[in-house]
Write a protein that binds this ligand. Structure first.
Ligand code: CMX
Length: 135
């Protein structure tokens, strides 16, 4: 079952500059930064109410986020929705003919398990399903 929005991810070019902006200008609570090697991204988390904002920057020229930034520039990259059972949710979506980019869970930030659905399935929005880890 889908429970709530976990985070909204924003693709950025300069992570340090944007951390300052979201922390010092917007005044959000800064949680910390983590590199997700496997996905070639470095992410910074902020808390606002029950939701997080995740700034996502590429760590390599061949990172998918480099591709995204080159094509579209900085902006909202994905919306992550929490589920209590990721494998079950993937299977439910598959039955409903949602096109999954990940048919098996993989590891995201904070040891969470994640799976992306193809943006074509949800009005052009990249949707991440997330089963919480140790955050
Ligand atoms: N918004 C809208 N469309 C997007 C998109 C985005 N952010 N990212 C990719 N797409 C589109 C592509 O244009 C492509 O469309 P077509 O099939 O029409 O050509 C399609 O989605 C598939 O993209 P792809 O790059 O060809 O597919 P991959 O399977 O190689 O990669 C994805 C897909 C989403 C995993 C990868 O692009 C990506 O963004 N990886 C980084 C993920 C990330 O931010 N991880 C953070 C982890 C931290 C956490 O949240 O836990």
């Amino acid at each position: 079952m889908l429970k709530k929005i976990d985070h909204i991810a924003i693709a950025v070019e300069n992570l340090e500059e944007e951390i300052e902006r979201f922390r010092d200008v917007m005044g959000l609570e800064y949680i910390g930064t983590e590199t997700v090697e496997e996905q070639k991204v470095k992410v910074a988390f902020f808390k606002i109410g029950d939701v997080h904002i995740e700034l996502t920057a590429p760590t390599a020229d061949d990172s998918p986020v480099s591709k995204y930034l080159a094509k579209r520039g900085p902006g909202i990259h994905h919306i992550a929705i929490e589920t209590d059972d990721l494998k079950q949710q993937i299977s439910d979506f598959q039955k409903k003919e949602v096109r999954m980019l990940d048919n098996e869970p993989r590891v995201g930030a904070h040891n969470s398990l994640i799976a992306f659905a193809h943006p074509k399935s949800f009005s052009g929005v990249l949707v991440e399903l997330k089963e919480s880890g140790d955050k």
